[in-house]
Design a binder for this molecule. Structure first.
Ligand SMILES: [Zn+2]
Length: 326
């Protein structure tokens, strides 16, 4: 593969972030589809920037707080003349009102500060779009937060559903967090024939929700990115939060007592077959000498910053207790 081929997908096309609201990873898009965050995103011609989005563009999917994942648009479905019902405040005509959880009247319009039971509705004819990116999707698991995302966008508006991003800066930022996007030439071109139902997407969404619920892992991802401390960048799906002190010994989880590890490395670490000294050098049990994949890790320095907030006394304890058994 030539340098030019490697570089091409990163420099061609535009970059966007797509906003997903709410906690639900399976959400109702405007086109009436059930979108899965990990697969596709639906929008329509009432959304700013809709006309600029195209195949080959890079998209970061975000919620209100952080980046969920990234991919290239592999296919774009266009559905003209779709009916869309839009609701407005009966007093001021704004669409910026909210439904209240318990208080009556049901709706509150913050632009004109009035409450009402029945919004005005109108039916519009819109063009609906569905962008597919699931074939290149890489989970970001919150390794970039909303403040970092803002710095990657030329737009100062934070509520936009489709927000322009600096493509080069975005690619650089996610690569620095250990994320490795495939080249488009390596992905194949089946994007135009995607099924409506995406059970694979739902499975990925479930796994991703599970990872997101681990607060200790979330904190470590925010600190270290999607990078195994021992082996380097790895897919989010195989990266785990490793406790440097055995889990039972401590009630709360300090960031200083954790590292991101690939699941197999984590297992070796917990099994006393791999240890890290206070100089952050990796040691491997002599019993693994026949497994080149792992014995090659001996002598490696951890893939973390020099000023990383790691508790060296805790790691030295683990090291001493582990090598004593070798
Ligand atoms: Zn109003």
């Amino acid at each position: 593969m030539t340098e030019a081929e490697t570089a091409a997908p990163h420099t061609q096309g535009r970059a966007w972030s797509f906003l997903v609201t709410g906690d639900d990873r399976q959400f109702q898009g405007n086109a009436g589809y059930e979108d899965v965050v990990e697969e596709s995103y639906s929008y329509d011609s009432t959304v700013n920037n809709h006309q600029h989005v195209g195949v080959g563009d890079l998209v970061v999917v975000r919620n209100g707080g952080e980046a969920l994942g990234v991919g290239y648009i592999e296919a774009l479905q266009v559905l003209p003349e779709q009916e869309k019902v839009r609701s407005r405040c009966p007093f001021c005509g704004s669409t910026g009102f909210k439904e209240r959880a318990t208080m009556m009247p049901r709706f509150w319009c913050s632009p004109c500060k009035r409450a009402f039971d029945d919004p005005l509705t109108e039916t519009l004819s819109v063009t609906a779009f569905r962008a597919h990116y699931g074939g290149t999707w890489q989970p970001l698991d919150g390794c970039l937060d909303k403040v970092q995302l803002r710095e990657l966008s030329p737009s100062r508006s934070h509520q936009q559903s489709i927000k322009k991003m600096h493509r080069r800066l975005t690619v650089e930022a996610i690569e620095a967090r250990g994320v490795r996007l495939p080249n488009r030439s390596e992905v194949g071109s089946g994007g135009g024939r995607r099924p409506q139902e995406l059970p694979g997407g739902s499975r990925r969404a479930t796994a991703s929700v599970r990872r997101g619920q681990d607060g200790f892992r979330r904190a470590l991802v925010r600190q270290y990115g999607l990078i195994c401390a021992v082996t380097g960048p790895a897919p989010a799906e195989v990266l785990e939060a490793a406790h440097l002190r055995p889990f039972a010994d401590t009630q709360h989880h300090r960031l200083e007592e954790g590292l991101m590890m690939r699941s197999d490395v984590h297992r070796l670490f917990d099994s006393g077959l791999l240890a890290i000294d206070s100089g952050l050098t990796v040691h491997v049990a002599p019993s693994l000498a026949g497994h080149e994949l792992y014995s090659a890790l001996a002598g490696v320095t951890l893939h973390i910053a020099h000023d990383a907030p790691i508790d060296r006394a805790v790691i030295a304890d683990h090291h001493a207790a582990t090598v004593a058994t070798w």
